[in-house]
Design a protein around this ligand. Structure first.
Ligand code: NDP
Length: 446
């Protein structure tokens, strides 16, 4: 006899969605969360980060205003005040998550949970619950490599708790988080250095986009140092000193954005023989099921595609499979995504490099200065790129670097998901005057 139909470990986007939907369908559901409801996305990821991006963007508006005839007086940024406003908003959202669980009649346990056996969960207070199904939705945490002085650096969680805007910031890494925070600190007024071990930031993205972003970030004053590793960090009289190969430099805050690791270490997965890979990710099949039939896993704990909307879709597929009798594999193909750098990056489908490896392709590309930048005197171009399969004419990939790229790529994602051809794009009438109209008026392949 089970106490519950489903026990969810982790109250992030994926876990809450699965718990809520299963409970609304009449199943008895429990959910344990040891920290705050909302998980990485709401509490220390997408949402507070996006608020920081909004705050940083005002730097552009203020700078560009003069070109449009405005006289702007002295402006300054109240970092501590902004952090407090942001924290209030996160508290509000956390409350909404709690309300949603309550309304759905999910039994909420503010506790750590570990798996005793394939049908038993144990909480911190020693209480155990028998459950038909276990869903691991425990998310991930920032990873910082160990080296001399690594205890002195901060990770992305720490950024949200900073009380003062650091004047000199070093960001180590070249991925989503490193590039996004480089833009945020730069916009807020810090002097930013970004050190990346590879030859160009945003590995895995389309090469034109990577080069374009790197150039634009440099124009904005971010000191991007490629092929750079940091050997050690020490405390200095005025902050922290980072030692690069041939020199050292002082900073006020050093952020390591060097990837994330699944939160699976202390769940007892070994004991119940649930397989994990070398990163600690729970190994699951296309239905998010582990080798133990009663144990499933979704979201960053599985390290498939670590994006909030993907975790939510995995949750919905899980509920359909397990509680609605409709086996629904998770679809990870052509997921649109955005990097909230300044300018934004929006991307869906294959990069040129990946497409060329599989298809005979045509590349349509344009680089242009948008109207607003011309008047504002801003030395920044937009880049838009379509990758087309020559034989089927299907658009295999769209890559954008421009203001509004995240909003645009959401819509373009529908077209690419539907298998739109280049001729479908051409048939679509332009919306004028917009930057996005370039996407339907690209006539000559490169
Ligand atoms: P990423 O995996 O994107 O990037 C990690 C970066 O750290 C890479 O540049 C990597 O280099 C570098 N790195 C890794 N290990 C080391 C090391 N030992 N020493 C030096 N550099 C190292 O991770 P993030 O932390 O930026 O983001 C994690 C995930 O969160 C992303 O993959 C994304 O899925 C998600 N995310 C999504 C966002 C969005 O949708 N806008 C925003 C933020 C995060 P290399 O390239 O050489 O491996």
């Amino acid at each position: 006899m089970f106490d519950l139909d489903l026990f969810v470990i982790g109250g992030g986007s994926g876990g809450v969605r699965a718990a809520r939907v299963a409970s609304e369908k009449g199943f008895k559901v429990g959910l344990a969360e040891e920290y705050r409801l909302g998980g990485t996305c709401v509490i220390r990821g997408c949402v507070p980060k996006k608020l920081m991006v909004f705050a940083a963007d005002y730097e552009d508006y203020i700078k560009d205003a003069a070109g449009f005839g405005w006289t702007v007086g002295h402006s300054s940024f109240d970092f501590a005040g902004f952090q407090a406003t942001k924290d209030n908003e996160i508290d509000r959202l956390e409350g909404i998550y709690r309300t949603l669980l309550d309304q759905a009649k999910v039994h909420f346990f503010p506790s750590r949970a570990i798996i005793e056996d394939p049908h038993t969960i144990r909480l911190d207070n020693g209480k155990t619950y028998k459950t038909r199904i276990i869903l691991i939705a425990s998310g991930g945490s920032p990873f910082v490599p160990k080296f001399e002085g690594s205890h002195l650096v901060g990770n992305s969680n720490d950024v949200f708790k900073l009380k003062e805007l650091p004047k000199r910031v070093l960001i180590c890494g070249g991925g989503y988080i490193a590039c996004e925070f480089a833009g945020v600190f730069n916009g807020m007024g810090s002097k930013v250095t970004q050190a990346y071990r590879g030859s160009q930031i945003l590995r895995g993205f389309d090469n034109d986009i990577r080069n374009h972003l790197s150039n634009t970030m440099s124009i904005r004053g971010i000191d991007i140092r490629l092929n750079q590793t940091i050997n050690k960090i020490t405390e200095s009289s005025n902050g922290l000193r980072a030692y690069f190969g041939d020199h050292s430099q002082e900073f006020d805050f050093i952020l390591y954005a060097t990837g994330r690791k699944p939160n699976t270490k202390d769940l007892n997965l070994d004991k119940i023989h649930v397989e994990t890979d070398s990163s600690g990710a729970v190994v699951v099949d296309k239905y998010s099921q582990t080798v133990i039939p009663s144990v499933f896993a979704i979201g960053d704990a599985t390290n498939r595609l670590n994006l909030t909307p993907v975790a939510i879709r995995e949750a919905m597929s899980f509920v359909a499979t397990v509680f609605e009798g409709e086996p629904t594999p998770v679809d990870h193909i052509n997921v649109p995504t955005a990097v909230f750098t300044r300018p934004e990056i929006g991307t869906v489908g294959l990069t040129e490099e990946h497409a060329r490896a599989k298809f005979d392709v045509e590349i349509y590309k344009t680089t242009f200065k948008p109207m607003s930048n011309l008047i504002a005197g801003r030395e920044e171009n937009n880049l838009m790129k379509l990758i087309v399969d020559k034989s089927s004419r299907r658009v295999l990939g769209v890559h954008l670097a421009c203001p509004g790229a995240a909003e645009m790529i959401q819509m373009l994602g529908i077209a690419v998901k539907m298998g739109a051809t280049k001729e479908d794009f051409d048939r679509t009438c332009a919306v004028h005057p917009t930057a996005a109209e370039e996407l339907v008026t690209l006539h000559n392949p490169m």
